[in-house]
Design a protein around this ligand. Structure first.
Ligand code: GLA
Length: 383
């Protein structure tokens, strides 16, 4: 099947998409192209390349609805990928800590893998100490999503995954969509939608590890981070929120003013010790459901700036504390703290905290959340 897709209005760009037996790529700007990335058993994994008018390029594969690379310019216009990833599927299949993936059905932790819903108790797989993390043993990051017919257009890619009732212990068949759009305003927007046949917890998030230097041999400790939050949710020894929402003022968790990630990470602070660094949820200072500022990340070296807006109520900032040089990719080693995650999401363990924003989706409702990653540089663009 060949489809001709017209590129963005006002440009001459167009793509020939070749799906089916012989996947071929046509590399053009302002469009989407597809190619075969590998196979899991007999199943094909495709990779889609989205480009915009300024040469930004996002490569997204159907395995895990994963952002494999995301090239943006530095202050001198040099394009490099600002997310950690690999150039072959086998590296992902060998086991990767969620690099660039869409995590679900419930992103982040559920304490001891247990929750009660409408009077019934559920037990999820426990895969992170005593807790269930990122959807269990085989979460959405390890599933093959499908690009639906008619869902690839312009600079947009829609991927769908249908999670069976009972999969990884969750009730209800959940149909999840991840829609990626690369805009000519130099933003990559990620929209999630889901519907269910029975009440279920849902929390979908992208797990990109950013390194705005474009060079993962540098750690991220000199990146400047601003988080639009007055409070964060302290954790216990297993990284489960205690339920408290604590003011950031006067703590190393205060990122209300842009601050170097590494400047306080080694402080003698109980919460930093429990997280082995930053691995906490911030309570965003915005109305839930409305697109608002979550964070601004700046790399003074390259001049790249990333501004994150989201409809979600929380931001998990994870400073790569479990990274240990394995796995490596794209000619380099992903060592300790060479990437950081800004996971816009609902609060961890919400099904067990009535005071946290609701994460239960019921039949007839549509889960809908959006995150926009806007790229610029210090001389112009995002601030
Ligand atoms: C999440 C968690 C971290 C860690 C990473 C994957 O961000 O919060 O604790 O498990 O995933 O390594």
């Amino acid at each position: 099947m060949h489809k001709t897709i017209t590129g963005i209005k006002g440009t001459f760009c167009a793509a020939i998409i070749s799906l089916g037996a012989n996947l071929a790529a046509t590399n053009v700007m302002g469009a989407v192209t597809a190619e075969l990335f590998g196979r899991v058993g007999d199943e094909k994994v495709e990779i889609y390349t989205l480009t915009n008018a300024h040469g930004l390029e996002a490569r997204i594969m159907t395995y895990g609805a994963t952002i494999v690379s995301l090239k943006t310019p530095d202050r001198d216009g040099h394009l490099k990928s600002v997310v950690l990833g690999f150039d072959n599927l086998d590296a992902y299949l060998a086991g990767v800590p969620y690099y660039g993936a869409t995590v679900g059905r419930y992103a982040n932790r559920i304490a001891r893998g247990k929750f009660t819903l409408d009077g019934k108790g559920y037990q999820l797989p426990v895969n992170d100490g005593p807790n269930s993390l990122h959807g269990g043993d085989k979460g959405f990051d390890k599933r093959i999503w499908k690009a639906q017919a008619g869902s690839v257009a312009g600079n947009e890619l829609q991927l769908t995954y249908v999670s069976a009732a009972g999969e990884e212990g969750y009730p209800g068949e959940l149909t999840a969509h991840a829609i990626f759009r690369l805009g000519d305003d130099d933003s990559l927007s990620i929209e999630y939608r889901a519907t269910t046949t029975a009440a279920t917890p849902v929390n979908l998030a992208n797990h990109a590890y950013f390194n705005l230097s474009g060079d993962a041999s540098h750690d991220i400790l000199s990146h400047l981070l601003r988080i639009n939050a007055e409070r964060f949710t302290p954790i216990d020894a297993t990284l489960i929120p205690t339920g408290e929402e604590r003011a950031v003022a006067g703590t190393p968790f205060d990122f209300r003013v842009a601050t170097a990630v590494g400047s306080r990470i080694g402080q003698d602070n109980e919460q930093l010790k429990l997280g082995k660094g930053y691995d906490h949820n911030w309570v965003l200072n915005k109305a839930h459901g409305k697109l608002g500022l979550a964070a601004v990340l700046t790399d003074p070296g390259s001049g790249r700036v990333l501004e994150v807006h989201t409809t979600q109520p929380g931001l998990q900032f994870y400073s790569g504390n479990f990274m240990n040089g394995k796995p490596s990719g794209q000619g380099t080693v992903y060592a300790y703290r060479t990437g950081l995650c800004l996971e816009t999401q609902h609060f961890p363990d919400s099904p067990n905290h009535a005071a946290f924003p609701n994460t239960i989706l019921r039949p007839g409702e549509t889960y809908s959340e959006k995150t926009v990653l806007h790229f610029g540089t210090l001389k112009g663009g995002a601030t």
